[in-house]
Ligand binder design. Structure first.
Ligand code: GDP
Ligand code: MG
Length: 756
């Protein structure tokens, strides 16, 4: 089958093009470094099916970043039938820098001039015919976003793939032309493929080439001794880069005619003056994050409880139900109560309520249906308590999680995320972390796994390690149910109404722990230099609705799949282990397998607030935290299953009206609100889910992986016991302060010694 590779600068639209061509749903983001691995898909509209490979974005084919190496090796070793070099035409010169290098390889090349819609809007013009003549390879104007010119692009690429092409260089006009020719002939003599490309890289002092062609290095060195350049001396890399840019400006730039404008700022510049302002930048970022969380899970996001609005009860639309609790008079009112009950709910909470109404109605019918069919008692318990009790808890949160992901994707797509990296770089550089590391961290609010993969753009191996370790502290979407449900119970205990403020505080604690861990690791086990941070800021863009929808649909599918596979399976196991004893017979919940396992581990959690100090039912928190290692949603699913069993079997009088699963657990175990807060912190900071652990293992050096697991265990243990003890007994803060001071002193002294 034919294989075409997409190569181009970061943010030039490769993934957008890839998605259009293959109908796939890869993630598109308006900041460099979204695609860090290659990806394959099928294009079917040509005479033969064509496999399309989306390569990571790169500025050159030097071996300085992992992406550059991946893309370079792919083109050289895998020999695609054609390279489609996608060029952001609004940044023509810089993008053509890569083109000049790709053209040196003996492979068919077609240039796709992307973002032509932006060009048109700016009133600029590109003469693609002329550019094609000067470059000597086909040039096609496209807009990946608007789906324009793609058929022609593939047609031309298909034609090109049928012909052989010999590499060509723009350096033939430079003073190095001679030596390039000599080295090329020498390499050809050795039977090296792509001799022109390798010859030039060798002269550039490219490390990979120097080890690969040790023989020829001598020849290059001999030449270099005789060479003298006024401007760059013997820095051949700079010399060659300069020659490329000069050639581009002289021969290619004139094909682009820009509409003459005054020296006014672009709109992006104006927005940036505010958003990346030295003083306002960080507060604005925090406000934006707050707004995102507020829209997602605040019950009262317009502060409408201060408006004195009447509750549904006061409106007289509630009636007394069979068990004495208040119910809406009809389904219409039930629907309305998802939006409003004395307060106006935030969009996220409305979504939650609607989904909750849906699941509880459908699951109610299911349970009744099974009972009326005369199913046996254990089947009713398995399906009613085990499966439905657990799944309902998780399913209700899916729309809310998706909403959070939507808001985060909008941040990425507008180009704001790149600014955040830029703002944070100014501060965190001092602590040894570049702003680039914050992009994966903030991605972690969605899901840790793509965030960990994204760290491949970090050059310093140690910076990468510590970034991967701190990513789970940025509470992911799957942890949102824990946050909302447990914080809701805490808010209820403290009479705060809803738990939104506690949830915000939890996010802040997570971020603070990340910063502290970074500082500690950078000054102990993961010392290192901060790599320079070079990332251009992409222009602000309105997010594309289509890309967002594709992305969200993908995530929704993923969550639903997860609920009906992993979560369902582990929920059944939890139900079984809590309904049966070690003799495999039905047992009271307190004599069950799960209870004995939980009780065995319980003492370990005493310093964290949810261990032995709780009553005989207190093991449920330990069990829930441990099932969270499978998937973080499982924590809430476990509460659902256990509280269903608990209220049907152990303490039916606890089935109070309107009490959530977590509230039932709270009443049943006698846990304090401080320990509940500690429980959230523990789940947020401890070992992430299996899938994320596997991702970390793939991304981190082998030797460092087991330390990473230990790091998560220790960090969460310390952070959780800190939160629990200080909230419970304020004076313990002094003990902690003393310990922290001692440890800091220890590190400082150790480092002084170490430095000598
Ligand atoms: P990659 O980093 O090269 O994979 O680039 P992406 O495909 O992730 O796209 C980067 C940004 O450019 C996204 O915000 C896209 O929506 C946007 N984009 C891609 N192609 C076009 C285009 O043809 N026109 C416009 N206006 N925007 C585009
Ligand atoms: Mg991409």
């Amino acid at each position: 089958m034919l294989r075409f590779a997409l190569a181009g600068n970061p943010n030039s639209g490769k993934t957008t093009l890839f998605n259009c061509l293959t109908g796939s749903t890869a993630h598109v983001g308006n900041w460099p470094g979204v695609t860090v691995d290659k990806r394959e898909g099928l294009y079917k509209k040509c005479k033969e099916p064509i496999s399309i490979v989306d390569l990571p974005g790169i500025y050159s084919l030097s071996p300085y970043s992992p992406e550059e190496v991946i893309s370079r090796n792919y083109i050289l070793d895998e020999k695609p039938d054609c390279v489609i070099n996608i060029v952001d035409v609004t940044n023509l010169e810089r993008n053509l820098y890569l083109t000049t290098q790709v053209m040196e390889i003996d492979v068919p090349v077609v240039i796709a001039l992307n973002m032509s819609d932006v060009l048109k809007k700016n009133g600029d013009k590109i003469d693609e015919k002329e550019l094609e003549k000067r470059l000597g390879v086909p040039v096609v104007v496209i807009s990946a976003l608007k789906n324009e010119g793609l058929d022609e692009l593939m047609e031309r690429a298909y034609e090109a793939s049928k012909k052989k092409r010999i590499g060509k260089t723009v350096l033939e006009e430079s003073e190095l032309a001679h030596v390039i020719g000599d080295v090329k002939i020498a390499l050809e003599g050795q039977g090296v493929e792509n001799p022109l490309f390798h010859a030039i890289k060798l002269i550039e002092n490219d490390e990979i080439e120097r080890t690969m062609h040790a023989e020829t290095v001598k020849m290059v060195e001999a030449f270099k001794k005789t060479f003298k350049n006024d401007l760059f001396g013997v820095d051949f890399e700079a010399l060659i880069a300069d020659a490329r840019y000069k050639y581009i400006c002289k021969h290619y730039s004139s094909t682009l005619t820009k509409k003459i404008k005054g020296i006014t700022d672009t709109r992006s510049d104006k927005i940036d003056r505010v958003l990346t302002n030295k003083w306002a930048g960080i507060p604005l970022f925090l406000v934006i994050l707050f707004t995102i969380f507020h829209l997602t899970f605040s019950e009262d996001f317009l502060w409408s409880s201060y408006w004195g609005l009447p509750s549904l009860e006061a409106l007289g639309v509630m009636v007394e139900g069979a068990e004495g609790e208040l119910e809406p008079v009809n389904f219409g009112i039930a629907l309305f109560s998802c939006l409003y009950d004395g307060v106006i709910y935030s969009p996220g909470v409305v979504l939650f309520n609607l989904m909750d109404l849906l699941t509880s109605t459908v699951f109610g019918w299911l349970t009744e249906g099974i009972a009326s069919l005369g199913a046996s008692e254990w089947a009713i318990s398995l399906i009613g308590d085990g499966v439905l009790g657990g799944l309902a808890g998780v399913l209700s949160f899916v729309p809310q999680i998706i909403m959070l992901l939507l808001l985060l994707s909008i941040l990425e797509d507008t180009g704001y995320m790149a600014r955040v990296a830029f703002i944070l770089d100014r501060i965190f550089r001092k602590f040894g972390v570049s702003g680039r590391a914050f992009i994966p961290m903030i991605m972690g609010f969605g899901c840790s796994i793509p965030a960990m993969v994204n760290t491949r753009t970090l050059l310093d191996e140690r910076e990468r390690t510590l970034t991967i370790r701190t990513i789970p502290f940025f509470s992911c979407g799957a942890k949102l149910p824990i946050l909302v449900a447990v914080a809701g119970a805490v808010g209820n205990m403290l009479g705060l109404g809803d738990g939104a403020w506690i949830s915000y505080a939890m996010y802040v604690v997570g971020m603070a722990l990340a910063v502290i861990s970074i500082i500690v690791m950078r000054s102990t086990t993961q010392r290192g230099e901060v790599a320079p941070f070079i990332m251009e800021l992409p222009a602000y863009r309105l997010p594309s609705g289509k890309a967002l929808m594709i992305h969200l649909w993908d995530k929704t599918k993923h969550y639903i799949e997860k609920v009906f596979t992993i979560i369902l399976a582990s929920t059944i196991i939890v139900w079984f282990a809590s309904s049966y004893g070690w003799d495999w017979r039905p047992a009271e919940i307190q004599e069950s397998i799960l209870a004995s396992l939980g009780q065995f581990l319980q003492p370990l959690f005493t310093p964290l607030g949810f261990g032995s100090q709780l009553n005989e039912f207190g093991w449920v928190f330990v069990v829930a935290a441990i099932t969270g290692l499978i998937a973080k949603e499982e924590v809430i699913a476990t509460f659902g299953t256990l509280s269903a069993l608990f209220t049907t079997v152990v303490a039916p009088e606890l089935a109070v009206e309107g009490a959530t699963d977590v509230m039932l657990m709270t009443i049943g175990t006698g846990i304090t609100w401080q320990a509940l807060v500690a429980f959230i912190i523990f789940n947020m900071t401890t070992i992430p889910c299996f899938a994320a652990v596997a991702a970390a293992r793939g991304e981190i050096n082998k030797g460092k992986f087991k330390w990473t697991i230990l790091f998560w265990v220790v960090a969460s243990y310390i952070a959780t016991s800190f939160v629990y003890t200080v909230l419970s007994w304020w004076w313990t803060a002094f003990i902690w302060a003393a310990v922290i001071a001692l440890v800091t002193l220890g590190i400082v002294i150790w480092n002084k010694k170490f430095a000598k």
